[in-house]
Design a protein around this ligand. Structure first.
Ligand code: ADP
Ligand code: MG
Length: 348
């Protein structure tokens, strides 16, 4: 964290646990019909009437999942919420609540947590969800954030990873690889800064990449979009670890194979240009980069006319039988087996 000597630093010990919780959670208003009771008792009370409730959780650890030397705390709070909402949307469900648990070392003043919560509040407002609880404790080292997202869907609207069928089309939203390249740019600038703290980086040309890394958005719009087009995906997953590992999850759980076409993978022009600069292969970046938070799904062939004109959706392949395996058809028309290299903190 960049320490500004002139900045106000209030020690957390001055507030105590309950003072801190009250301070951080004041100003959260419940707007969801399903929130019967939010923050302030031993547990929140939610009411989804006759809907199915979906629930997902993520744990983020400083030094493993984020680096505070280039991630502003406000962005971290925002992103921590977004990555969870993305999982709810990947079930074709509506996200309605989150809980936020944090563990902080005494290195963090109140002002740092205020920034973190500003990001959380911004995301909650924008995505129309209530913050209904959490937990606050200390850590011996660094910052830990665990967010749980809650939502609902009609049973018949839920979409699992396991529903893809032979001949279905494989579709992806948005474009891929930008978030990973944004991280590469930030890592490079960090190294430059360590050598020369007075250097003034010019990051304008990488604005899109850095935004995709630091301030990703979840595809809340896709479920509505598809409903409007009268298309129900047969399977769906969000792209957090990279296209290849998500395709493998989807195919393994659906017991199918796939042909993915390299030339169809949607890439932003900045991704192509920056890959050239970094001497990276753009297909490898899209396949293994991760953190795009786009949605990957399959649809029935007969639904193709309904989606084909939509600029947010790209058909990138088709589902084959299980024994044909998971293949990438290259621009040179060779078929190679896809293996996941996706971001895996356990393997390191
Ligand atoms: P308990 O002792 O039952 O764990 P707490 O005193 O930790 O209760 O929490 C009081 C209330 O504040 C609860 O509603 C809890 O969910 C909420 N809360 C605690 N920490 C946070 C946090 N970091 N963010 C949001 N809500 C929180
Ligand atoms: Mg507690």
């Amino acid at each position: 964290m960049i320490e500004d000597k002139n900045k106000l630093r209030t020690q957390l010990s001055e507030l105590g646990e309950f003072g801190l919780i009250n301070h951080l959670t004041k100003g959260f208003e419940n707007t969801q019909k399903s929130t019967s009771f939010g923050i302030g008792d031993d547990a929140a009370v939610l009411d989804f009437e006759n809907k199915k409730c979906v629930l997902t959780t993520d744990l983020l650890i400083e030094g493993v999942h984020f680096d505070l030397s280039y991630v502003p705390l406000k962005h971290l709070g925002y992103k921590a919420v977004i990555v969870n909402l993305s999982d709810v949307y990947a079930m074709n469900a509506v996200a309605t609540q989150v809980t936020v648990s944090i563990a902080v070392s005494n290195r963090f003043p109140l002002e740092a947590l205020e920034e973190l919560y500003e990001g959380i509040k911004t995301a909650a407002k924008l995505y129309n969800i209530d913050v209904v609880g959490g937990d606050t404790t200390s850590s011996t080292k660094g910052l830990l954030i665990s967010i749980t997202a809650i939502g609902y869907a009609n049973e018949e609207d839920l979409v699992y990873r396991s529903g893809a069928k032979e001949n279905d089309l494989l579709v992806v939203t948005g474009d891929l690889g930008a978030a990973y390249l944004g991280l590469q740019v930030l890592e490079r600038e960090k190294q430059v800064y360590e050598v020369n703290p007075n250097s003034q980086p010019d990051l304008d040309q990488y604005a899109y990449l850095i935004e995709r890394q630091l301030k990703p958005e979840a595809r809340k719009d896709i479920s509505e979009l598809l409903r409007g087009l009268d298309v129900k995906p047969t399977s769906m997953i969000d792209i957090s670890d990279g296209l290849s590992s998500e395709i493998i999850h989807l195919c393994t759980q659906s017991k199918v194979g796939v042909n993915l076409y390299e030339e169809k993978i949607p890439l932003d022009p900045t991704v192509i240009a920056t890959c050239e600069e970094f001497k990276l292969n753009s297909t490898t970046v899209a396949l293994n980069g991760g953190e795009d938070y786009e949605l990957l799904f399959t649809i029935k062939q007969e639904d193709y006319p309904k989606i084909k004109a939509n600029p947010s959706l790209t058909v990138i392949g088709h589902i084959a039988d299980e024994k044909s395996g998971i293949g990438l058809v290259t621009r040179a028309n060779e078929r190679i087996e896809i293996t996941a290299q996706g971001w895996n903190p356990i393997k390191k």
